[in-house]
Structures are given as structure tokens and as C-alpha cells.
Design a protein around this ligand. Structure first.
Ligand code: TXA
Ligand code: MG
Length: 364
């Protein structure tokens, strides 16, 4: 299959050509085809959410297990009632505060949503993305686009169209290129089907932000570092996602101890003839020796690390490094989402620079 690629950015959005492209993409989706498109979090691989055949194609194109449900993307609040059993007050309040935006809500599904889209579950994940191209495409497609991240299963989510092309080129009809995704990590997922709302996947919308609107909010224990032996409630969180090809280890602890330990590990690896990569931050980047060093930005602005993490992991793949050592990030605010993805990419390999004790979790 030939995959067509079109660029749609703020510069050309209002041109006839861009409008025709979105129309064409909408038709592809209505006819059961697949189109990858930009969102503010990561690129999505879209198919018609109400067409079981489209959902089957999404799983096939990604090589994704079909028990891992898809997120249904909508562009208007009025499109929510037909696909859910009921709308709890919590959903209304969260939509007012955060939609369109990087928040996915889990609700009881209606019969309109095929089980192929929800991986057999009686609930459905719904999000209204905050990206103009995504919103126009959803409208053109008829209102409902099922879209997982547009990567091959097991690869980091794409934050640039070229990574979508790399993973899915030849497998889908079209890619809409909207430049670099501005958040860079997948949406926060909150389950609203229980008495107390629960975060199933951390993201840009933090627990503090959700609590500000809803009051008490729980976090699925399975996604916390101590819960790595429990089955997560979001099926996709159990897979070893976001994996770079190189072995990644996170080094935590006080800054200078971390720098010292990583330099020591790089030396040892180099002696074995291995090529090393280091994920550093603004203040430490210059202090590493003998490795390919990538700067994930200022520690005071961890949104930067969120935006750059997947790109950095993919670049290390391109550069064929054998091992990667990464500094740890704060476990609060957006830092929690960064650490969650980093821990998964590392298969939960984390070492404390001070204690030099290796802890390897069973969960992959
Ligand atoms: O930011 C995002 O959410 C991106 C963009 C494209 O919107 N999409 C995304 O989709 O990350 P995906 O398929 O890569 O991740 C969806 C996650 C999976 O972990 C899946 O198991 C979970 O959402 N999920 C979907 N439906 C669910 C449901 N009904 N109950 C629990 N978890 C669900
Ligand atoms: Mg994904």
C-alpha cells in the first residue's frame, strides 16, 4: 500500500489544498481505511471507531494484541451521549475543565461502540483532543475516530510524522504531518466508572489538577513503583511499551552521585566495546564523558523532558547505541508521567546511585 503524506500546519491550514486533504482523509476513514494524524499528546493511528472492521485493521497495522482497547476521539460534547450508557457529573466537570485536551475518560459504553474497539470491555475510553487538524478530521470522518498511538506495538509513541512513516509506512493509507507534538506523552486516563475516580495512566493532567475539580482521586496502584506486581486496570499498561532497542537503566539519587555513577557505568560499558547513550538534563549534560549525551532540558521545566523523551529514545535507536543510562525525574506533576514511561522503557531497571543497589522488578 502506498502511504500518502500531507503537511498541515497553521501556515497552510486555511488553504483549499489543506481543506481538500482533510476531506480526502475523512473519506478514507468513512470507507474503513486508516489515517495517522497529529494530536497535542502523540500521533494517533485513526480508524472509524464504530466500524469493527476498522478496529481490526488498526490492531493488524500496529501488531497490537486485540485485548488492548482503543481510545475513541470526539470533537464535540454532543457526540458523547450516543456512545456511553450515562454521563456522570464527574465527566461533565472534567470536560468543562480539560476538554479539548490531554485527558481520556473511561465510561460505560453504549451498544453503538463495537466490542472490537473496546477490546471486549463494557467500558469505552473517550477523549477530545486539542489539535485543530485532529478536530477537523474527526468531524469529516463522521464524529468518532478510534486511535491508539501511531507506533508499532512495543515502540515509543511517535511525536513526529517521520516516526509514524518509519513504523507504519506502507501499512496505512495516509499520514497527516502536523509537526512535533507539543506535549509528547500520551493523555492522562481517568476511570469514572467507580465511586472514586481513578487514574489509570499518568499524563500532562496531573492528579492535583484532577483533584482540584473532583476532590478525591485515586491512582491505580499497579502504575506506582511499588505496585509493579499487580495487574493494571488499563490493559495497555501491562505491556512493555515504549521500549528502545538498547538496554536502558535509570540512575536515581543526588545529582553529583548520579553523574559519577553514570560516568563509571559508561566507562565499564566502553571497556566491553559497547556504545553508550546518556539521558541528561541542562545542568549535567556537560559533565558526562565518552557517551552520546542527550539533554532532556531544565529540571525546573519537566514539560520539556515529557516533550523530548520519545524522540530521544528513537534517536538512540537510529544511532544504534547498545546501552542507555538515564537520570531519574521527579515523581510529582508531569515528572510522574515522565518517570512512568521511563520505567516502562527500562523494564523497571532502576539503580540508586548512592546505594548502588540494583533492583530489577519482575514486571515487564
Ligand atoms: O494521548 C493519547 O491518549 C493517544 C492519542 C493518539 O490520543 N492515544 C493513546 O492510545 O495513547 P493507546 O492505544 O496507545 O493507549 C490507550 C490506553 C491503553 O493503555 C488501553 O489499555 C487504555 O488506554 N484503555 C482504552 N480503553 C480502555 C478501557 N475501556 N478501560 C481501561 N483502559 C482502557
Ligand atoms: Mg500506545
Amino acid at each position: 500500500m502506498n502511504t500518502e503524506i500531507f503537511k498541515i500546519t497553521d501556515e497552510n491550514r486555511n488553504t483549499k489544498a489543506a481543506e481538500e486533504t482533510i476531506e480526502k482523509a475523512g473519506k478514507i476513514l468513512q470507507n474503513g481505511g486508516l489515517v495517522a494524524f497529529p494530536t497535542e499528546t502523540v500521533y494517533g493511528l485513526g480508524g472509524d471507531a464504530l466500524n469493527p472492521e476498522s478496529s481490526r485493521k488498526i490492531y493488524a497495522a500496529k501488531g497490537r494484541p486485540s485485548d488492548n482497547p482503543l481510545i475513541v476521539h470526539i470533537c464535540r460534547w454532543e457526540d458523547l451521549p450516543p456512545i456511553v450508557k450515562e454521563i456522570p457529573e464527574t465527566a461533565r466537570r472534567l470536560a468543562d475543565a480539560f476538554w479539548p485536551g490531554p485527558l481520556t475518560m473511561i465510561l460505560e459504553k453504549s451498544d453503538r461502540v463495537p466490542k472490537e474497539t473496546t477490546g471486549g470491555l463494557s467500558t469505552v475510553a473517550v477523549r477530545m483532543p486539542n489539535d485543530k487538524t485532529a478536530l477537523s478530521l474527526i468531524r469529516e470522518a463522521g464524529g468518532y475516530i478510534a486511535a491508539p498511538s501511531a507506533n508499532l506495538s512495543g515502540r515509543p509513541s511517535p511525536t513526529l510524522a517521520k516516526y509514524v512513516q518509519e513504523d507504519l509506512g506502507g501499512r496505512i493509507e495516509m499520514i497527516l504531518d502536523g509537526g512535533q507534538a507539543c506535549i509528547g506523552l500520551e493523555s492522562t486516563i481517568v476511570d469514572l466508572t467507580e465511586d472514586v475516580p481513578m487514574i489509570l495512566r499518568p499524563g500532562y493532567i496531573t492528579r492535583e489538577m484532577l483533584s482540584g475539580v473532583l476532590g478525591e482521586v485515586k491512582v491505580d496502584r499497579a502504575i506506582l513503583p511499588e505496585g509493579s506486581d499487580i495487574a493494571p486496570k488499563a490493559p495497555g499498561m501491562k505491556y512493555r511499551h515504549y521500549a528502545p532497542r538498547a538496554e536502558l537503566t535509570i540512575i536515581a539519587g543526588e545529582e553529583s552521585a548520579v553523574v559519577r555513577r553514570i560516568n563509571e557505568l559508561v566507562r565499564e560499558a566502553e571497556e566491553k566495546g559497547l556504545c553508550c547513550g546518556v539521558i541528561a538534563t541542562e545542568k549535567t549534560a556537560e559533565r558526562y564523558r565518552g557517551a552520546l549525551v542527550k539533554n532532556a532540558g531544565d529540571r525546573e521545566q519537566e514539560e520539556m523532558a515529557a516533550k523530548e523523551l520519545y524522540r530521544i529514545l528513537r534517536e538512540f535507536d537510529e544511532e544504534a547505541v547498545d546501552v542507555i543510562y538515564s537520570e531519574a525525574f521527579a515523581e510529582s506533576g508531569i515528572g510522574q508521567a515522565v518517570m512512568n514511561r521511563l520505567l516502562k522503557a527500562a523494564g523497571h531497571r532502576i539503580e540508586n546511585a548512592e546505594m548502588m543497589q540494583k533492583r530489577k522488578c519482575k514486571k515487564l
